[in-house]
Design a protein around this ligand. Sequence first.
Ligand code: SF4
Length: 364
Amino acid sequence: MDAYTVPTRYWHQLNDGRVQCDVCPRACKLHAGQRGLCFVRAREDDGIVLSTYGRSSGFCVDPVEKKPLNHFLPGSSIFSFGTAGCNLACRFCQNWDISKSKQIDTLADAASPEGIAEAARDLGCRSVAFTYNDPVIFMEYAMDVADACHDLGLRAVAVTAGYICPEPRAEFFGHLDAANVDLKGFTEDFYRHTCGAELGAVLETLQYLRHETDVWFELTTLLIPGLNDSDAELDAMTSWVVEQLGPDVPMHFTAFHPDFKLLDRPPTPPETLTGARRIALANGVRHVYTGNVHDPAGQSTFCPGCGTRVIERDWYELGAYDLDDSGRCRACGTQTPGVFDGPAGGWGPVRRPVVLGRVGEGER
Ligand code: SF4
């Protein structure tokens, strides 16, 4: 084992000599020397190891709205990083250079959990995000980073597809404060053929988060013309969200641009996003947002009590802000659901790459 390889505990031996990984429902069954579909978990001796502990594909300070999270410390900056690999196989992946990487070169930056938390604090971030690729596959590293963040008073956020088995799910989310979960579509056919995953397992994760944890979470659906954007599918999806998760889980409908293996589809027309928002609102979802377009009406937050626009937002930029420090409407006092702690941050729309070793040498 090298310095970046650690043992894991969610696996079991099969009678035929293979070892099965039990982290995600893909259940890779590995012979000696093989790696799982995610590429970063691999068989070593009679167990499964994580081979990317403490290595990152790069660091950025982002607006929290870019995760996207619109009800979690609005306006604050979030220290963001990912590793390599992914446990899904989305043909439309927008981060495929990272998620499909099998090159250790992608993991150029070494970073201890404590080093990441200290850099985030020194850069004025209120939280750290595991993003760019799915943290489920590097959960041991992500959980240690989350613990180091908590030691310094920072919060930890996962951007994930939620494709994870029940036992590791409980451990993983037990370390987190917030998540943005991709709900990639609402048919098993789409999940199976376009993402290489199962819708049912993702819906279980959403119900688990809503009913058995205090993790704040929001949902994101990338709408791809002709694949997952029909009115019927959006009606079924948003009805399910309200019935099973309640009306207060925010939904984000974001615009697709042709990428990776899905180059034959056009970009999402803005009208598709506003149409999806209309369907969700009609079905009772209280906070629905459009993304990857300029649409101040579809990106602002409105008080669920009196309808006042309480957070003006255009893409990642906040304007007028009419919530008190705990998230209550200044006009009527109604609480906006989410995590609010003080005034809105002033980070703005900037995305700022960070070289970890240089934090403290003019990076602040
Ligand atoms: S986490 Fe990786 S190795 Fe484990 S089952 Fe999922 S894809 Fe396979």
